[in-house]
Each structure stands twice: as C-alpha cells, then as structure tokens.
Design a protein around this ligand. Sequence first.
Ligand code: GLU
Length: 552
Amino acid sequence: MDYLKLSELLFPNIDKTPDYYENLYPERQLKEGARVTRFAPSPTGFLHFGNLFTCLVSYKTAETTNGVFYVRVEDTDSKRKVEGAIEVMLKGLSVYGIVPDEGVIGENTEKGEYGPYYQSNRKDIYQAYAKSLVIQGLAYPCFMTPDELDEIRSAQENESIKGIWGKWAKHRDLSYEEIERRINAGELWTLRLRSTGTPEGKCFFDDMIKGKIEMPENVQDVVILKSDGIPTYHFAHAVDDHLMRTTHVVRGDEWISSTPIHLQLFRVLGFKPPKYAHVAPIMKEENGGKRKLSKRKDPEAAVTYYAEEGYPSESVNEYMLTLANSNFEDWRRMNKTESLEKFPFNLKKMSVSGALFDMAKLSDVSKNVISTMSAQKVFELSYEWAKEYNAELAALYEKDKERAAAILNIDRENKKPRKDIAKWSDIPDYISYMYDETFKPCYELTGNATPALAVKVLEKYIDTVNLSDDKDAWFSRIKDMCEGVGCTPNVKDYKSEPEKFAGHVGDVSTVIRVALTGRTNTPDLYSITALLGAETVKQRLTDALKHYREEA
Ligand code: GLU
C-alpha cells in the first residue's frame, strides 16, 4: 500500500506536518522541576465539586513548583456545548482562587503561546498528526456502519477482549482502490489507530497518586478521528497535552482504564508521555456503604451550592485540602495562621481510593475559619452574600452597618473566639434577636430559673440595669441582685448547699438572657445588652416580666 498516496486521499487539504507544529510549540523554558498542568473541562456549564477538587489538585501541582496551570476547553462534542458555560466555570474557579496562568481565561478569550486552547479550533492540528500516522501505516480509514459495529458488539458479548481488533478489524487492510471507491461513493469513514498491541502484552505506568499500575496493553484499533474529522478524547488528549507541553496530567480516575490507549498513542506519535495523576472521586457515605458524590442526589455536588449557602471560599479551600492531603490537618495545627498557599501540597499524599465528603466536617472547618476572621471581614463577606442571596439580611445590615459589624464582633477578635457561624446563611438566625424586626420572644427557662424567680429578677433588674456600665460594673450589679431574690452570687456555695438557695448567679443571668434574646445560650450578654440599646432592653424586660407574671 502506498500510504503517502492514501494520506493525500484522506487529507487533501492538510499541508502542515508535525514538524511544523513541533517548531511552533517548542518545549517550554521553565525552571528545573516546574510542572505544567491543566484543567480540561467540557463546556457544560455545570461545575461538579469533584471537578473543582481535581482542578485544585492540578492547580496546586503547578503552583507549588512555580509551573504553569492552563485551561483547555474540550468542546469537540457540540451536543454538550452550553452558551456562556466557560464564563460560569471560570468564575466558579476564581472564587476558589484558581486563576489560570494561560489558556482560556474568559469566554472566547485566550492567553498564551500554546493555543488555540479551544479544541474546536484545533482541527487542522489533529489532522496533521493523523495524516502523519496514515503515512507511517499506523492509522487507517474504517467504513464500518453503526449497525455493523452493533453487530460486532453483540457477537463479542462473551469475549474477554472487546472492540475492533484482530478479526473484528475488518477494514484494516482494505486496498487503496477499495478505499477510494468507498470514499467516492460518499461512504463515511472514521480513522482508526492500527494498534501495535498484543493480547499478551502489558502496559506499565507509575501513577503519581495510585502508584505502580500494570494493565493489559491496548489491542484495539480505537477511533482517533470521527467521521466529521473531529478527534476522539484519546487522540486530542495525546496531541494537545504533548503540544501544550503538559508535564502532569491530573484527571479523574475514570480515565485509568483508557491509559493504555493513551500511552500507545504517545508512543506511535513519537511523544514523550506525561506523568499521570489520577484523582479518585469524592465519595459519600450512604446506608453504611460508599458511593460517588452525585449530581443527581447531592445538592453539595454542585459548586454553586457553597456560594448559595454562603460558605466562604476560604473554608471550602481549607476543606478541600483536608480531603486532598492526609497531612494537611497536622500542618494546620502547627501553622494556625499561615495562608493556604504555604501548605506544601503533595500528590503523593492523596487518597488512593477516594476521599469521603462529610458535611459536618466542612461545617467544623468553616466555623474555625470564620472564627479567625475580623468582624469587618465577616460583615463584608456576609453582606456581599446577602445582597445576592438574602435581601432581608442585607436590609437589616443597611439600617446601620457599623452596628451590624459590632454585633458580629461579639466574642470575636480575641484569643478564644466563638465558633457559631459555619456559613453566611447561619447569620440571620444567629443575630435575629439583635433586631426588633426579627426578634422572636421565647420564655422557656433552664436550670433553676423558674417563672417565679424570673418575676423577682426582672422586677429588680428593670430598675437597676444601666447601659453606661462597663462590663465589671454590669456583672457586679447582677451579682448584687442575687441575695435579694434568694440566690447566691457564688456558684460554689450553691453547689455545696443547693437546698439553701433558689439558684445562683448563672440562673439569674439566664432569666435576663432569655428575656433579652429568647435564648438560653448566646454570646457575651454584656455586649448584647449594650448593642440592643436602653429602649429595647427596657421593652424586652417589661414584656418578659409581664409574661412570667401571668405564668407564675
Ligand atoms: N474533558 C475531560 C473530562 O471532562 C477531561 C479529562 C482530562 O482532564 O483529561 O472528563
């Protein structure tokens, strides 16, 4: 067979050679050890938490080596294309601090010397490489129809090796004349790799995450160009990651099974293969078992969920690192205030079988992160969130922004800040009693506090409360009231002789707390009282007294 002639028949319009592209996209001049990684989304517009996670791993792999992280859009499947999807995805990434150095940086906006970065604009490049494979006798046109392929699939049901290979590769050796005749008759063809593999052959590779892997070699004559001349994922992956000089391919581990195909393609194309890092999917526990985090079943599978609920991006990033690297939490304990960029991320510390998504853990991580933020930061971030997702909270804030920030500062900016807020959507409830509009009285008491005690306490407190007290004076006033209502200011005394008292200073405080906030557990009551203001304090104490008088 005259392969050169065949290549001209198949690709009459392709005049560039692989050499041309090799020169156009030379090796990158990077420092020793710098890694080049990428995120290669299909433009569906939906960003799955697992994609974000894999993307973060890819990004960190480049970032920690001062390498290059780029975005390539895998838009060869026009059925899956969604308008505006790239903008949405890039915005989703940037929220989590992932900004590509290169590649697609906005809808139809590219940056860098290794483009185009939309696969749909790379057709000529793929075809130049496909043509060169044909010239070398390493690829051939296949005219099998979908029906014929279906028949083969059914016939192979009990075969251990499936696909187009061996006797099933019916069009491997068609003559030039036959090919020409079919093409002239308008038959559609795909281009298949003439696989060099044998059923006994083995394929080895050292995955950066999974370790050494041994698999059967690829024997299939896989399709590399579809009948419309568009490459399959396999072929585009090899050509693009080679020409874009990717050093580390970080991708989902569903691609492991295809890696023998990819390594074979790299070999026949004369490319040095990249290193692979296959990331296991994020799992969820269900009925004692584990399953993949699912777009259909789990709202938290959508990255938009975190923004909607108001998890700060710092929390999500921190949480993703706990999922990514088993030593992250130890590092965090030793480096409490260090920024996440300082963490020495390591592919080797990734979970092999899939990290478990745990909402309670995310919540704890986030509470910690938020507890270390300044009140101003909490105010600003939650205000931004509220403007988009909770107009009521935004309106409350806007009544008096300084007061709002002061409310958020209660028990914050100190050595042991409270950890009540996991996400901005917790705030409306958390601060509801600080605003008359949202305060819901609830007069349930705990401990030794009874309605009868409450009546006594409130009768006294209404007359003694003084909003110009400092904290010590405020507390002394409460303690001084204790004896008059049959309680002791000293908890220890109460504990040694409980029968002598109606309660202790804690119970007296409970009455005041419940009257002012409708809750038995709140942050610092002194600050709350001060921020409520004299008028509201009087009103709430009076209302509570009225309630308990009726109840007692
Ligand atoms: N477009 C592929 C996907 O979304 C990319 C896989 C890869 O990173 O190579 O699964």
